[in-house]
Design a binder for this molecule. Structure first.
Ligand code: NOJ
Length: 731
């Protein structure tokens, strides 16, 4: 077996090294010279295949468009065989034979589905996150794909927004590092290798700031917040050489992102010198009419194109209007050529001019998709994504001698393990908790009890009976996969009522109750946190969900995930995130005129960075090597972390900073570093962080990144509640 594997990988690397970027820039220019205006616009057009759609379909029967060169790019078409069929039409039947580019939403896996991105972010493990994207790319390219609409790098601070599931959470520093890791994972070392994909940084920009957390809603933030909070992960993608960008649905400062010259021309293609191409979101150009920005689709096409948007996804507005706009002198053909060139350069970088069929390899598809190795990686990453929120009296881990009642509508619902945007992942391939408990020979009985939503409590009695005769109760509750993701905002972010009622009945039995949550966003869990004995945030863990959760429940893996996003007590506190400003009247419970609520605390239920372990970690002797620094100095922080418990485990050590006074007020805390370490019981480790002037910088009111002299406080600890007591003065 091993030898066959080695032979395969040798042949594979040979293929990679034989295939290069076959065309020179001059060849691409000469191809553009041969193109008619219609063919050029075809390259700026992306249509969904008839395979599947992810929104309202505008066009049917696109084969004729491919043949006539009017559709140069297709999404939602996948599998080696199907894409090869379409590619043949483009290459063999169109006048110039330009290969199609195939895109798809490979967000957290193609067929082997990994935890949702928010869950992966909870691992704080950049190597694992990169590996997950790498495997997704390997599988997707074997399935005939060239381009993924990922990573989604929108900072999200409103858990009502369903798309919080698709990103890395609320923090700029963590989100920026994860953005780079995902791009590197998808794109690999060399785009010309047949197992690497073009990545797409989306949704540019500030989509996560939709007012009220309602999807597609208006965004109105200051330029300062744009630069400081929302743009850095996008810049990190550019720094990682991301191939493409996608605009967002929202307007920003009154200008829809798809026609936003400031975002596209001034920043992305100007200041950042981005060399790839920009695609719209699904019909987002047309939607400028509903925004009240463009009077009709033709004007929308003109605004978008002239703002720097190269490719129209599904809207058919470039297809229908760009030629006329060019003839009328409202769009320049030179600019069209430049956009076409950006797109052709990416096709060339993938090696498609060399061999348009290189990504359609049925043998590779058969061999690697859902392979044992990929499934094992999905299980490993899922284990690292789980966050232990409560563990009273060391209720967890469970023991193999415990008789368990496994209850709840999500205990045996494979599709809900996959979360939103699960690519071509299938429920049949996903492992539920019931399936894993069975396969791993646990002593358990299962009762569903109720549906995820609705009013039907007829299953309660059987569930309560099962719970009565068990030693411990594991209830698996939360959201179904469509309750987060696109167009899935919720005003109330609690466990649906029917499940809460069932949980209350189980808690009344006075037996240890472990609540396992399956969900795509932070939930308000005030009652649950007080009344259950253990609370495990499992998110939507992907194909290997059941095994990963069972591994953690029974202590075969010690949980180490930390929240990448704040969990509020109450929806009324939203937006609530750890690096808020202090205000002029910081909260004082004894003073009336201070910044607080009359009926809710200011503090969250679980802060950013929080997560428990089955073992205990003690932090001692935090130090910094200087109390005064010059602009050329670096600071070295150090802390000793000791595993004082009885099991080995990972700990995520976090460094926070507060800039005490500045010409623009600064957040009370900013994450500036983290380190994931592994310690055997009794072992200690000295953890160090180094910061330089760059790390102390921020955007002033002129939007220049500067560091101002003055005092800074730092602290090292287990979560964002860490006290900051190491003072450094910047001279
Ligand atoms: C709309 C979504 O906003 C975007 O994220 C996705 O990539 C496209 N549809 C294509 O499916």
């Amino acid at each position: 077996m091993k030898i066959i594997g080695i032979i395969f990988s040798l042949i594979f690397s040979l293929i990679i090294s034989l295939n290069g970027q076959s065309w020179t820039e001059a060849q691409i220019d000469s191809l553009i010279d041969q193109m008619t205006i219609e063919e050029k616009i075809g390259q700026l057009t992306l249509f969904t295949s008839d395979w599947a759609t992810t929104g309202p379909t505008i066009r049917e029967n696109y084969l004729e468009d491919i043949r006539s060169g009017k559709a140069g790019n297709i999404f939602n078409a996948h599998t080696a065989a199907y894409n090869e069929r379409l590619q043949k039409v483009a290459v063999e039947e169109s006048r110039l034979g330009i290969p199609l580019l195939f895109g798809y939403d490979v967000i957290h896996g193609y067929k082997t589905i990994f935890p949702i991105p928010l869950a992966e972010a909870a691992s704080w493990d950049l190597a694992l996150i990169e590996k997950s994207a790498r495997i997704a790319a390997e599988e997707a390219t074997a399935g005939g794909l060239h381009w993924t609409f990922a990573p989604m790098v929108d900072i999200a601070r409103d858990p009502r927004w369903g798309r919080i599931a698709e990103g890395a959470g609320e923090d700029v520093y963590l989100g920026t590092l994860i953005a780079g890791a995902r791009v590197r994972g998808f794109q690999g070392e060399d785009l010309a290798a047949p197992n690497t994909l073009l990545a797409c940084a989306k949704h540019y920009a500030a989509y996560g700031a939709a007012q009220g957390g309602r999807d597609y809603n208006t965004v109105d933030i200051s330029r300062h917040t744009l630069w400081e909070t929302y743009l850095p992960p996008f810049k990190a993608c550019v720094d990682a050489d991301v191939a493409t960008f996608m605009t967002s649905f929202n307007d920003l400062d009154g200008v829809p992102a798809s026609a936003n010259t400031y975002l596209l021309k001034d920043i992305l293609k100007g200041k950042w010198n981005f060399q790839g191409f920009v695609v719209s979101d699904y019909t987002s150009i047309n939607e400028m009419v509903a925004h009240g920005y463009a009077p009709d689709n033709k004007a929308a096409a003109m605004y978008a194109f002239n703002a720097g948007l190269d490719m129209d996804m599904q809207g058919a507005v470039y297809y229908n209007h760009l030629e006329e706009l060019t003839a009328q002198g409202n769009v320049s053909e030179k600019a069209i050529d430049a956009s076409v060139k950006r797109i052709l350069k990416m096709k060339n970088a993938l090696g498609l001019f060399d061999d348009p069929y290189r990504y359609s390899n049925a043998g590779r598809e058969e061999r690697i998709i859902l392979s044992e190795e990929n499934r094992a990686a999905a299980r490993e990453i899922a284990r690292h994504s789980l966050v232990l929120l409560e563990n009273k009296n060391q209720t967890l881990p469970l023991s193999n001698s415990d008789k368990i009642a496994l209850i709840g509508p999500l205990a045996d619902s494979p599709i809900d393990m996959l979360g939103s945007w699960h690519g071509s992942g299938q429920a049949d391939d996903a492992i539920s908790l019931v399936k894993a408990f069975g396969a791993l020979n646990k002593d358990f009985t299962y009762e569903k009890g109720c549906e995820i939503e609705g009013m039907d409590s007829s299953g309660f009695a059987a569930a309560i009976d099962a719970a009565r005769s068990a030693d411990k109760i594991v209830m698996v509750a939360g959201e179904h996969f469509n309750m987060s993701g696109e167009a899935a905002s919720r005003a109330s972010i609690r466990i649906p009522k029917i499940q809460e009622h069932l949980l209350r009945r189980l808690v009344d039995l006075d037996k240890p109750v472990i609540l396992v949550l399956i969900n795509g966003r932070p939930l308000c869990l005030g009652w649950e946190s007080e009344n259950v004995d253990a609370l495990l945030e499992a998110w939507q863990p992907g194909t290997m969900a059941g095994y990963a959760v069972t591994d953690v429940l029974f202590g075969d893996h010690n949980p180490s995930g930390k929240l990448p996003v704040t969990f509020p007590v109450d929806e009324g506190q939203i937006p609530l995130y750890y690096n808020m400003k202090s205000t002029g009247r910081p909260m004082d419970p004894n003073q009336k005129y201070t910044s607080k609520y009359l009926d809710a605390p200011n503090a969250p239920l679980y802060p950013f960075g929080y997560g428990l372990s089955y073992t205990a970690f003690e932090y001692s002797n935090p130090t910094v090597d200087k109390s005064e620094m010059t602009t050329s100095d670096t600071l070295t922080f150090s802390v000793t972390v000791t595993n004082t418990g009885s099991s080995s485990g990972h700990e995520i050590v976090q460094l926070y900073m507060h800039d005490l006074f500045a010409s623009v007020t600064r957040p009370v805390k900013e994450l500036k570093g983290f380190s994931k370490i592994f310690l055997e019981p009794g072992a200690s480790k000295n953890v160090q962080f180094t910061l330089a002037l760059e790390d102390l910088k921020y955007y002033n009111s002129e939007l220049e990144k500067i560091a101002e002299p003055g005092d800074f406080l730092f602290g090292i600890g287990r979560d964002s509640n860490t006290e900051l007591n190491l003072k450094v003065t910047l001279k």
